[in-house]
Design a protein around this ligand. Structure first.
Ligand code: NZQ
Ligand code: ZN
Length: 380
């Protein structure tokens, strides 16, 4: 077992009516609030108005930055930082999914010392302070509501980078499962893939921790159990609540207790597909994971059998991979690029971008030869 330190300071408020605590919580940090949200789902579904009413009733000064896109971009971070600095905001309130929350975290950590956000994302500088981040989560997927990470794209340099500092944990996160009833079928499925992928990444981290392995397997099994239920009945409170709890736990630290973090090679490769084709994060992962398992099955057979056994009570790795593919197909998340209509000519585009972004895992290093093998497997 590896040495490890646990300190997850995010206060999580989970359940119906949790938002009634929002104003009381925010007032601890000040009156000037920068409210960040996405492209309109929160307005259409009434969550924005609910939150705004709570803030207005309590005389907060609200400055808004809407329009964050899925796979969020640096340009939005930069614009929101300007608004925050001009208006001397005291805290950043994120209302949305992972893209909104990751933007809010990056904005919050750039404002106090007026840092260049891209230097922060590249971890060229170590920020000393962050404005408090408070999140109202609307989509089960990333776990960002209870972790110190963010993922930002720079369309000019063509990079998608995940980064984190301990000061980036949200101070408070509010999760009302009812706010996720409206997540469409496709993004519900992509979120489910992301949860499973986070559990897998941690399973392949360095270190031996059987308890963490079992946390991983439990999360994957529970997510697979609730997936068809929640897709069939999207406004079932218990189904949505269970998926949300699984998403938070898949990346809030518990799956890597006793380990040196996760591998993250699959995420690293998957980010390339988001970068080039703007594919949703979960859809990229259901393409890359089966390919990565096929690439690694002769190299790490014992570890893969262990995962197969823990999840499906059967240590046959080929069966594990095909069961996993069938599961992804059953929830309509793609398992290869060919069936998505990608032309073979794209293989080279992907390869060049993988090289440029130095795609790699922490535990299992990927050579340039592996990139080509992985890409071929991704095409099915
Ligand atoms: O933009 P709006 O109109 O709000 O619509 C969003 C968006 O189109 C919609 N949506 C969100 N909540 C909704 C809803 N629609 C109806 N009802 C609701 N309640 O869903 C779409 C996707 O939203 P997004 O925030 O992009 O999804 P997700 O939460 O999956 O976040 C993906 C981003 O997180 C990063 C990914 O790379 C990607 O950029 N990740 C962040 C991590 C972290 N910080 O720890 C870890 C992950 O591995 C992941 O990489
Ligand atoms: Zn992910």
């Amino acid at each position: 077992m590896k040495n490890f330190t646990i300190n997850n300071p995010t206060i999580l408020h989970f359940g119906k009516d949790v938002l009634k605590e929002l104003s009381k919580t925010l007032i601890e940090y000040g009156k000037n609030i920068l409210l960040i949200y996405g492209k309109g789902s929160v307005v259409k579904n009434g969550y924005y108005q609910n939150v705004l009413n709570l803030l207005k009733e309590n005389n907060f000064n609200v400055f808004e930055y809407p329009g964050i896109k899925p796979n969020p971009i640096l340009n939005d971070v930069e614009q929101a930082v300007k608004i925050g600095i001009e208006n001397k905001v005291d805290a950043v309130l994120a209302l949305g999914g992972g893209s909104v929350i990751d933007t809010a975290k990056t904005v919050a950590v750039s404002i106090p010392e007026n840092l260049n956000p891209w230097d922060v994302v590249k971890m060229n500088i170590v920020p000393k302070k962050s404005l408090p981040v408070i999140t109202v989560l609307t989509l089960a997927a990333t776990g960002t509501e209870m972790n110190p990470y963010a993922v930002i794209q720079n369309l000019e340099t063509k990079e998608k980078i995940g980064f984190g500092f301990p000061i980036m944990f949200p101070k408070h996160s509010f999760i009302n499962p009812e706010y996720t009833y409206t997540v469409p079928e496709d993004y519900t499925a992509y979120g489910i893939v992301d949860i499973i992928a986070h559990a897998f990444e941690n399973f392949f981290g360095k270190g031996n921790s059987p308890l963490a392995d079992r946390f991983v397997a439990s999360i994957v099994k529970e997510t697979m159990h609730f997936a068809p239920l929640v897709l069939e009945e999207p406004d079932n409170y218990d189904y949505r609540a269970n998926i949300l709890l699984q998403s938070t736990c898949a990346l809030n630290g518990i799956t890597s207790y006793g380990k040196a973090g996760g591998d993250w090679g699959v995420h690293s490769a998957a980010h390339i597909l988001s970068l080039i084709y703007d594919m949703p994060h979960g859809a990229t992962l259901s393409v890359v994971y089966p390919a990565w398992f096929k690439l690694q099955k002769e190299r790490i057979p014992e570890r893969l059998s262990k995962l197969a056994e823990l999840i499906f009570d059967n240590s046959d790795v080929d069966k594990f991979i095909s069961d996993l593919e069938n599961f992804f197909i059953s929830i309509n998340s793609p398992i290869n690029l060919k069936s998505e209509g990608f032309d073979d000519a794209e293989k080279d585009v992907i390869l060049q971008m993988m090289k440029q972004n130095s795609v790699n895992g922490n535990t299992y290093q990927l050579s340039e030869d592996d990139y080509s093998k992985l890409i071929n497997l991704m095409f099915g």
